[in-house]
Write a protein of this length. Sequence first.
Length: 193
Amino acid sequence: MNEEEIAVQVEVRWQAWSGDGLEHCVARESEGGLVLSGAVVGARGTKYGAFYDVRTDALFRTREVRVTYADGAFLHVEADGEGTWRDVLGRAPLPELSGCIDVDIGVTPATNTLPVKRLDLAGGQSCDILAAYVPLPSQIGDRFTPTCAKQRYTCLEPGRKYRYEGLFRNFTAVLEVDANGLVLDYPETFRRI
């Protein structure tokens, strides 16, 4: 992405509620879409460190995801914006992610921005989505790939407050966001500093 294309660039930091974690994220938005790049260290179950890059198209549909964990686990996947994914490293399709438009990287609140911006919900409106969920390092099995996760977003206050429901794990949180759709507060998990 060329510098002259960038319409908005925001740098944010989150801290884990427990105090045992910190993240730095740069969000760059242009006419071509959004790029989220970040570094995070934390401890949820086990200690971890990670780098991530997420690229969307102009409609905020996820197109490319890279995640590297400090233990060496590395993920690079691409999507066509219509729900078809492939593993770039293994050059293989990922039919288990069929229908996923968004990505949800478990170690960061940054990816909640994608459905908030893409769905552009009116007050009181809800939408169920499928997201490619990137697991925490302690949840990685034999193969480091995302899994399909059913989620729901409900707009409680347009542009400011959303209820996120991780239907795949029976989890609910009310998320406050800033004018750029980036999370300010993710109760009991992350808070902006």
